[in-house]
Design a protein around this ligand. Sequence first.
Ligand SMILES: N[C@@H](CCC(=O)N[C@@H](CSS)C(=O)NCC(=O)O)C(=O)O
Ligand SMILES: [Fe+2]
Length: 244
Amino acid sequence: MGSSSSSSSSSSSKLLFRQLFEKESSTFTYLLADVSHPDKPALLIDPVDKTVERDLKLINELGLKLVYAMNTHVHADHVTGTGLLKTKVPGVKSVISKASGSKADMFLEPGDKVSIGDIYLEVRATPGHTAGCVTYVTGEDADQPQPRMAFTGDAVLIRGCGRTDFQIFTLPKDTLIYPAHDYKGYEVSTVGEEMEHNPRLTKDKETFKSIMSNLNLAYPKMIDVAVPANMVCGLQDLPPQANL
Ligand SMILES: N[C@@H](CCC(=O)N[C@@H](CSS)C(=O)NCC(=O)O)C(=O)O
Ligand SMILES: [Fe+2]
């Protein structure tokens, strides 16, 4: 890992995928692009304001065209990078669920699809951590990346969770789990692995409720800044700046 961030990557024939990390808030940002399309359209999931420059440098180096800056939910621990990205890359659209109540350019509802070239993400409602928390799942057509990938936000963390219901576990067991945070040194898991080994989500309802009521987590340091800023998708209304 680098001093403030790191990344890992993989690619299918058309999908370019990078998992990036912001250390201060332990947040994963995901970059997806269709590199078989002439424009190489790309999207970011859960960018962080502090690592926007890193993300844009990578996007420029790879010759991608950023189209969407998406959030899984209104984060409480950091300011989203979506607003800042809009000021730096003209035409980028901020995206979040309608149920989040947040401001953005595009509002998603369960079942909606977000496409970049021939790749798309399907929106699933996974409330619990926040009311508007959604999971973005890669499509199940033959020409989509396999196994499927689920970007779970804070609904399911690897061997943990934010505050969640269990809708994500209706996905096939080989679906890869890519959460918004990691506090334990993990990067990826599967639905099957978390069904078997997640120390919270393997418990009965009463035990789960008891675990979640006794987490005694510290009040997130950034919450008073992050939530109001993220309710307007970061710095949504700043005037556009010159591209990088
Ligand atoms: N210490 C951090 C905040 C940590 C925290 O509360 N994380 C949330 C996800 S970010 S809204 C969470 O649900 N964690 C679950 C867990 O098991 O840790 C800070 O001060 O920012
Ligand atoms: Fe969160």
